[in-house]
Design a protein around this ligand. Structure first.
Ligand SMILES: *Cc1c(COP(=O)(O)O)cnc(C)c1O
Length: 343
């Protein structure tokens, strides 16, 4: 089983670059162009994002999700503020303290919540628990869409969160590393689950959607974008050959590849879920709503699959095995995985 040909279920970032992103990068690779984002590809990608969200948002392209989240959150907060997020949020569990670091000390306040989602009541309770000068003042809420356990916030759930952030004077940040999968799952217009649900800033993931690298930081609240380019530069996130970071977005957005790939990944996860449900000793742990299936497998089965060379994680989120599908996952991959699991 050659690792170079086998597709895995560990993460959507195990996959390669999709053809649309690759071709756009190749097209951008002709002659010279202005640097640091002052090029036609970056302008076009920005305008395509404005078209997609049907609003005049401010857009910045950075290298990865940790930087996107950290810098976006830093632009919401002062060092004496705090940010409310789910206890499983990537900003808490997988970013090595970067949100706190780039915001010079803003504290993350962790909320529990069913299926990886925070609830409006939890926001209010956390904000009201301490309002004295000795405690960092809550200033923002961060939600992950799709969540770390593969579920999706519905528009109504986001609007209920918005009603709290509005009432409590909090900014709303969305970690959209898998935003495309959420849109594909809900079948909504992207605006409906972003600025029409009160999102001030979205970190829109390109990497897990099929690009080599890159995330777009999309500010719907344009005031918050003020001087963001300086934050990016200082953090080492301003690409000098920016066109190679932005051109893939053009490839993904111009004819809807971003949504096709996300829909495909979701459909593959649905197939995986339905196959796993046929096996009595397998327990599905969360509602499967995007491109991940979380399942409890017998320990011996996990060991046997790992021994056969299958790569998948067993420690993400709340435990269990995470089986993640991506733009190039094929039904045969799932058939093979499940038949080996059955054995
Ligand atoms: C992958 C991921 C990110 C981005 O991670 P990087 O490795 O920094 O690109 C952010 N949020 C979530 C929920 C993710 O799954």
């Amino acid at each position: 089983m050659g690792d170079f040909l086998q597709r895995h279920f560990a993460s959507d970032n195990y996959s390669g670059i999709c053809p649309e992103a690759w071709e756009a990068m190749e097209e951008a690779n002709h002659g010279h162009s202005r640097s640091y984002g002052d090029d036609p590809w970056t302008l076009r990608a920005t305008n395509l994002l404005r078209d997609l969200f049907e609003t005049d948002c401010e857009v910045f392209f950075v290298f990865n999700g940790t930087a996107a989240n950290s810098l976006a959150l830093a632009s919401c907060c002062q060092s004496y503020h705090s940010i409310l997020c789910h206890e499983l949020a990537h900003v808490e569990t997988d970013e090595c303290g970067a949100p706190e670091y780039f915001s010079n000390g803003t504290k993350l306040l962790l909320l529990p919540g069913e299926n990886g989602k925070i609830a409006p009541a939890g926001i209010e309770a956390t904000v009201k628990r301490r309002t004295d000068i000795h405690f960092p003042k809550p200033r923002a809420v961060s939600v992950t869409q799709a969540t770390e356990v593969g579920t999706v916030y519905k528009p109504d759930e986001l609007k209920a969160i918005w009603s709290k952030t509005k009432a409590l004077d909090l900014k709303l940040h969305m970690d959209g590393a898998r935003f495309a999968n959420a849109v594909a799952s809900l079948g909504v217009a992207p605006k409906e689950i972003t600025w029409q649900s009160g999102v001030d800033v979205l970190c829109f993931g390109g990497t897990k959607n099929g690009m080599a690298l890159g995330e777009a930081v999309v500010f719907f609240n344009r005031t918050m974008a003020r001087e963001f380019e300086f934050r990016c530069k200082q953090a080492g996130q301003l690409a000098s050959k920016m066109r190679f970071l932005s051109a893939p977005w053009v490839g993904m957005l111009k004819d809807g590849a971003w949504l096709r790939h996300a829909s495909h990944a979701n459909a593959m996860a649905q197939l995986m879920e339905s196959k796993l449900r046929e096996i009595p000793s397998v327990k599905i742990l969360f509602p499967r709503e995007a491109n991940a299936v979380f399942a409890e497998l017998p320990l011996a089965a996990i060991q046997a699959l790992h021994a056969q060379g299958w790569l998948f994680y067993t420690f993400i989120g709340a435990g269990g095995c995470r089986l993640m599908c991506t733009w190039d996952t094929q039904p045969e991959d799932i058939e093979r995985f499940v038949s080996e699991l059955k054995r």
